[in-house]
Write a protein that binds this ligand. Structure first.
Ligand SMILES: [Zn+2]
Length: 175
């Protein structure tokens, strides 16, 4: 269900509409039992407040293109959400974000490109594309000092678990 959420950076003029629709999407997500895909920029307090008030533990979902502190990450993790990592954490200045990501449990991490935006290192400045998820995985495997294949396996497994999907592949049979 999504992408939904709150953007207080780009869209300051329609805050009331954003909040109203966010409530509706949470309600629907719970009703149809599908994960929420949440966009949240400069709006961590309200995003958490609304999710908590709507008892969103049941719906679960993704915090897409995560770029907040660890305190915020913990609150989303407590509600059962997954933290999705885009190319932002590969940017030179994202020192703080990298230290936050190091503390997120591996079984709650997902990878994304947010293509065509947020192109990861080493293609920053060029248009992003879905295949660059490889560079996000590679950067993260270096950061966490974990084998790239193992990391790919774990994040794929997280994806199939969250979306309650079965993969036509024997390596995922234990999900
Ligand atoms: Zn977004």
């Amino acid at each position: 269900m999504g992408e939904t959420g709150l953007d207080y950076f780009y869209q300051k003029k329609n805050l009331k509409d954003q909040i109203k629709l966010f409530y509706k999407h949470i309600y629907l997500s719970k009703k149809i039992n599908k994960p929420l895909i949440i966009h949240s920029r400069n709006a961590n307090k309200d995003t958490i407040k609304i999710l908590q008030s709507e008892k969103s533990k049941g719906c679960k979902g993704i915090l897409h293109s995560f770029n907040y502190d660890f305190k915020t990450a913990s609150k989303f993790l407590d509600m059962g959400f997954y933290i999705s990592i885009s190319g932002i954490f590969t940017f030179k200045n994202s020192i703080e974000l990298r230290s936050v990501i190091k503390k997120i449990p591996l079984n709650r991490i997902l990878l994304e490109t947010d293509s065509p935006y947020l192109t990861p290192f080493p293609y920053r400045g060029k248009e992003n594309q879905p295949s660059y998820v490889y560079y996000i995985a590679k950067y993260l495997s270096n950061l966490l000092k974990i084998d790239l294949e193992e990391l790919s396996y774990i994040t794929s497994k997280n994806f199939f678990k969250l979306f309650n999907l079965k993969k036509n592949n024997s390596i995922f049979e234990d999900i």
